[in-house]
Design a protein around this ligand. Structure first.
Ligand code: GLU
Length: 429
């Protein structure tokens, strides 16, 4: 059987950390804190709809490839499903299910009227041509046409996808429906109803959370030493904005390795180098090469994991030196590592808060589209900032009030809001 077939089993390695089990553990902890009814918890532990489609796609050489495309819709009690589509070799149904659940709590925490969803295809987009990626994107959406829509489920970019894929997806949906439906996806190009500020939104949100957390410790961004794992859409944007705000970005990395400079990197130079070198930054002059693992354990004030999940684990947690960790990736810290960090008094600001800037601006894009009124970038950024700051404040307040970690506080707020809506709506029939 082709390993990309939807029916191929996921064979866990001994070191396998199941992202869905981790997500359920956080949900259970929030359920316990909220004294949630067991039945409600059971509802929230299961995605409402799980779709896996088998997608035949022709490669440029005429060969037929059969890929598995997933879309998991976790919970739509607050509004339409919302969440990105990931093109990455590590995509599995369990990962997509975990990420869909995180989207539910993220939207609820931020107070935006969506439920959580996520999609994914296990491919490495770098090994496909633009035409192949277009065929894959279009086939994926046409297979899911009955499951998505502007008031049903609204996809967006995630790892490995961008405005370009959203345009193909919006076009495929619209052609099949018979009229233009810009609201079916967010993170679109500006030409078809995208929003100013969307591209940098997740990184901007991360910068805002770092700034607020430092302010609470009586510090400012000026001169703060920050290491960022990842230099893509999220890590790269966060690096630019934090650098502009006066922080010292001492290290950044991509999948193939990173660079370190004791006195801080000139992020615009690193960006220019990456652009010229096929997104690689290893080899950037005026800096020392560093591995992804080494980056995490550097002495710094703030550590921002902005790449994949399960980066800070039981294996390396004791070597982590930062006192503040801001999760820009989804699930970069494992459950056990998180417990160890909390026991040591390290502040960990969770993904569902820290990386919410993207979905917040997706929401603002959707609102602008529905009202046929488009805003300037300043307005988009300031609306996003006020939602992010409000959510951050609530998390800290809840954490202090209940004497729990910011992560558990964020879950208590997100899960609590969904559980309340669920019990107010009641069960049908
Ligand atoms: N993929 C992003 C996330 O995980 C954005 C989702 C969206 O904009 O719907 O939050």
């Amino acid at each position: 059987m082709d390993k990309t077939s939807p029916l191929s089993p996921e064979i866990p390695s001994p070191a396998y950390i199941c992202p869905f089990d981790q997500a359920c553990s956080y949900l259970d902890a929030a359920g316990k804190e909220l004294k949630l009814d067991q039945g409600l918890l059971e509802i929230l532990s299961n995605p409402r709809k799980v779709v896996t489609v088998s997608m035949p796609v022709k490669r440029d050489n005429g060969e037929i490839l059969v890929l598995a495309g997933h879309r998991v819709q976790h919970c739509d009690v607050l509004g339409p499903y919302k969440g990105g589509i990931r093109f990455h070799p590590a995509v599995t149904l369990r990962e997509v299910s975990a990420l869909a659940m995180l989207m539910t709590w993220k939207c609820a925490l931020l107070g935006i009227p969506y439920g959580g969803a996520k999609g994914g295809i296990a491919i490495n987009p770098k090994t496909y041509s633009t035409n192949e990626l277009e065929r894959i994107s279009r086939r994926y959406i046409s297979e899911l046409i009955k499951d998505i829509g502007p008031s049903v489920d609204i996809p967006a970019p995630d790892m490995g996808t961008s405005a370009r894929e959203m345009a193909w997806m919006m076009d495929t949906y619209s052609v099949n429906i018979g009229n233009a439906v810009p609201g079916v996806v967010t993170g679109k190009p500006l030409s078809i109803g995208g929003s100013l500020g969307r591209e940098m939104a997740t990184g901007r949100g991360v910068m805002i959370i770092v700034r607020e957390a430092l302010a609470d410790k009586g510090k400012s961004l000026e001169g703060t030493r920050i290491a960022i794992q990842g230099f893509g859409n999220v890590g790269g944007a966060a690096a630019v904005l934090l650098h502009e705000a006066g922080a010292k970005i001492i290290a950044v990395s991509t999948g193939s390795g990173g660079v370190f400079a004791e006195n801080g990197l000139d992020i615009s130079e690193v960006k220019a180098y990456a652009k010229e070198n096929n997104r690689k930054i290893l080899g950037f002059p005026h800096a020392k090469p560093i591995s992804n693992a080494e980056l995490l354990t550097l002495p710094c004030d703030v550590l921002i994991p902005a790449a994949l999940e399960n980066q800070i684990t039981e294996e390396n947690v004791n070597q982590i030196q930062a006192n503040l960790i801001v999760e820009a990736a989804n699930g970069p810290v494992t459950l056990e590592a998180n417990q160890a960090l909390e026991a040591r008094g390290v502040t960990v600001l969770p993904d569902i808060l820290s990386n919410a800037g993207g979905v917040v601006v997706s929401y603002l894009e959707w609102v602008q589209g529905l009202s046929y009124l488009f805003w300037d970038e300043e307005k988009v950024n300031s609306e996003m900032e006020s939602l992010m700051v409000k959510a951050y404040r609530k998390v800290i307040e809840q954490s202090q009030m209940r004497k729990i970690s910011p992560r558990l506080a964020a879950y208590v707020l997100g899960v609590g809001r969904v559980a309340q809506a669920l019990s107010d709506r009641g069960l049908y029939p």
